[in-house]
Ligand binder design. Structure first.
Ligand SMILES: Nc1ncnc2c1ncn2[C@@H]1O[C@H](COP(=O)(O)OP(=O)(O)OP(=O)(O)O)[C@@H](O)[C@H]1O
Length: 263
């Protein structure tokens, strides 16, 4: 089980000698294998929330539990994918993908199998021996995603993973992530500034508000996706469906209210 439980999670930072409440008491449950997108105005605490699940930041009050265990430090059960690809430039694609597996003591046969499996899923066969600088930005990010899956974490934490990609590559990556999450379901927290991306990918979209950071509303997408068979259609067609534009409008309205004078 890799569910995530937030219980009264509060984070206070010291800023300029004064306490600043970045997250003001969040209670929320992410189900095992559920895909959650998180949207909200800049500075509402999305990254801070994710860092607390990753164990890179400790709540000032309350607690985060993953699979029932209180998070106190980073662990192999939680993989993080950031906007910057964060590959090792001096290692080949193969070695980048298997990095976490090696430190876990996986055998060569297991590593070879994982490389073949994920490169096939990512449509990147034949790039095993390439170095990151020989790949496009989209390909590098696919390797980063393959690496995070290869360590077999229960929870994937993605902070604007497609933010640095051009629009076309981003669309391809979104489709691939949906495909991957069918073949290889994981509990995912996905931060994005794109409302379309949030709605397209998620089972539920969490809209956050700020001052202090809190959950404003949670919007269910999974039931609509299933009823309208989104996964059988190409992304461009899904984004034109009334069921999609309705949900997108709902998230937009909430965000607009939260952003107030900023837009
Ligand atoms: N280490 C820190 N020390 C002090 N303040 C911090 C620290 N980290 C984050 N903050 C503050 O906490 C608030 C939330 O930051 P966070 O990066 O989590 O927001 P965000 O929603 O991810 O923003 P963005 O969408 O712009 O990336 C911001 O006001 C930020 O300045």
């Amino acid at each position: 089980m890799s569910d995530i439980q937030f219980d009264g999670v509060t984070k206070v930072f010291g800023r300029g000698g004064k306490p600043f409440t970045a997250i003001g008491g969040i209670d929320f449950h992410v189900n095992d294998n559920e895909f959650i997108s998180v949207v909200g105005p800049s500075g509402c605490g999305k990254t801070t929330l994710m860092r607390m699940v990753a164990g890179l930041e400790t709540p000032t009050d309350g607690e985060v539990r993953v699979g029932g265990e209180k998070v106190t430090k980073p662990g192999p059960d939680r993989a993080v994918v950031f906007q910057q690809f964060a590959l090792f430039p001096w290692k080949t694609v193969r070695k980048n993908i298997t990095f976490g597996m090696r430190s876990r003591g996986a055998s060569k046969a297991e590593r070879d199998e994982a490389v073949a499996h994920y490169l096939k899923l990512m449509k990147m066969e034949g790039t095993e021996d390439s170095y990151p600088h020989q790949l496009s930005g989209g390909m590098q990010q696919r390797v980063a995603i393959a690496r995070s899956y290869a360590t077999d974490p229960g929870v994937l934490l993605m902070d604007e993973p497609f933010g640095a990609l051009d629009a076309q590559t981003r669309t391809i990556m979104q489709e691939e992530l949906v495909r991957l999450s069918h073949v290889n379901p994981r509990t995912v927290l996905f931060i994005t500034h794109s409302v379309e991306e949030a709605v397209y990918l998620a089972d539920r979209v969490v809209v956050m508000g700020r001052n202090p950071g809190k959950i404003r509303e949670v919007i269910d997408v999974a039931s609509t996706r299933k009823a309208e068979k989104w996964s059988e259609e190409p992304i461009d067609d899904v984004m034109e469906m009334p069921s999609f534009t309705h949900l997108r409008g709902q998230v937009w309205r909430l965000l607009r209210e939260e952003m107030g004078e900023d837009i």
